[in-house]
Design a protein around this ligand. Structure first.
Ligand code: SIN
Ligand code: CO
Length: 376
């Protein structure tokens, strides 16, 4: 339904994580997957992350959701932004699917915005890759170079940056797309009532990696090695360069042995920044119930935004789902790949696995956790 109208392999080699690009007509005959009213409805929900940004004279004021009504904001100079719409609004999933030419672990969320004329969030820099797709209406986008940029007004707490010299200055209309890698300042200004879609991709920072690693070492009482040496410097108050390096090598050891880092990495990369629409079964069902449902013709559908990952050359047979480990011992690699790769497990796939007890146990777990549900 949403088919990208450009060569994705060429895009990856020339632009992805390198430089911004405008792609006019990235989607032919683009249809908005959600209406402004439906978006406004989502932003009334407690569990859904939303905000309104109001354009003031040379400033942008943020009001966090949820919202009860929108009348007070008037006809212009404001924008509503709703995060992780793909978690709550299944009809938006086909748009996200178009970007699965990039791996699931990198995908962050689909943010949808409704903007009134002159609405925008101000000049800023993101630490993620973003594809901005224009739906209804028109918005003008400026993108600057990725050098040093000052916090707006010299205020280090401001998420905004000072005005910049644009290297891209473009008006996006329905179906057009702007790709911006991390570090490039950008600013959108709304020309007419507009819907836009931000598909974000992120990779973990060193800080996130180390935090997850520390948590996993504590949970498993691992990482107890200490530095040892047979030569010591004569100088009382000096830590030698060799010893500095030797101590830091303890950290490097944790990062070179896959058995030490894989589970931690799988858990980290399968986490979501935003709430998921999880409804665990109150009374868990059995593998027999799951088999019966499959025999009665059910498919199994993953909830929106759920990450189901496997690691190449994993030292353990595992799936990583929503920051948790699911043991897949005894399950063939191609079945693990089918589960990780497909949002929908179809009747024909499920029928093939009916007699595989290990697979049925995993599928039962997926249902009982509220990560998957039976669909027609
Ligand atoms: C916007 O739609 O104005 C915000 C999206 C972004 O700048 O990343
Ligand atoms: Co941005």
């Amino acid at each position: 339904m949403y088919t990208l109208n450009f060569d994705t392999a060429e895009f990856i080699s020339k632009y992805w994580q390198q430089k911004p690009i405008v792609i006019k007509n990235a989607f032919k005959a683009f249809e908005d997957p959600i209406s402004a009213d439906e978006l406004a409805g989502l932003a009334m929900e407690e569990d859904i992350s939303s905000r309104i940004v109001k354009t003031e004279t040379d400033d942008w004021k943020v009001i966090q959701g949820p919202f009860e009504d929108y009348d007070e904001h008037g006809d212009d100079k404001w924008q509503l932004l709703v995060q992780a719409v793909n978690h709550w609004y299944p009809e938006s999933q086909p748009l996200v699917e178009a970007f699965r030419f990039l791996p699931d672990w990198r995908f962050d969320d689909l943010m949808v915005s409704f903007a009134t004329p002159q609405g925008g969030i101000g000049p800023h820099i993101d630490n993620y890759d973003v594809f901005l797709i224009q739906g209804e209406g028109e918005r003008r986008w400026k993108v600057g170079h990725n050098g040093e940029h000052q916090c707006r007004g010299g205020d280090p707490s401001s998420p905004l940056v000072d005005d910049f010299e644009p290297i891209i200055d473009v008006v996006l209309s329905k179906g057009d797309m702007l790709y911006i890698p991390p570090g490039y300042p950008h600013c959108g200004e709304t020309l007419s009532l507009a819907m836009s879609y931000s598909i974000g991709f992120r990779a973990p920072s060193q800080q996130e990696l180390l935090t997850e690693l520390a948590d996993s070492l504590i949970d498993n009482s691992a990482g107890q090695h200490r530095f040892t040496s047979s030569e010591e410097a004569a100088s009382h108050g000096l830590v030698s360069q060799t010893q500095q390096q030797g101590i830091m090598d303890l950290l490097a050891q944790l990062a070179t042995d896959p058995a030490q880092y894989q589970t931690m990495l799988g858990k980290l990369l399968s986490q979501n920044r935003f709430e998921l629409d999880i409804n665990p079964f109150e009374a868990p069902i059995s593998t027999t119930d799951v088999k019966e449902a499959i025999e009665d013709g059910a498919n199994m559908q993953r909830i929106g935004g759920l990450k189901v990952l496997s690691l190449e050359a994993d030292t353990q047979v595992q799936l990583y789902i929503n920051g948790e480990v699911v043991c897949a011992a005894g399950i063939e690699q191609d079945i693990i790949a089918e589960i990780a790769n497909n949002h929908l497990l179809t009747q024909s796939q499920l029928q093939n696995w009916l007699n595989d007890q290990q697979v049925m146990t995993v599928l039962t777990q997926l249902i009982n956790q509220g990560w998957y549900y039976f669909s027609e």
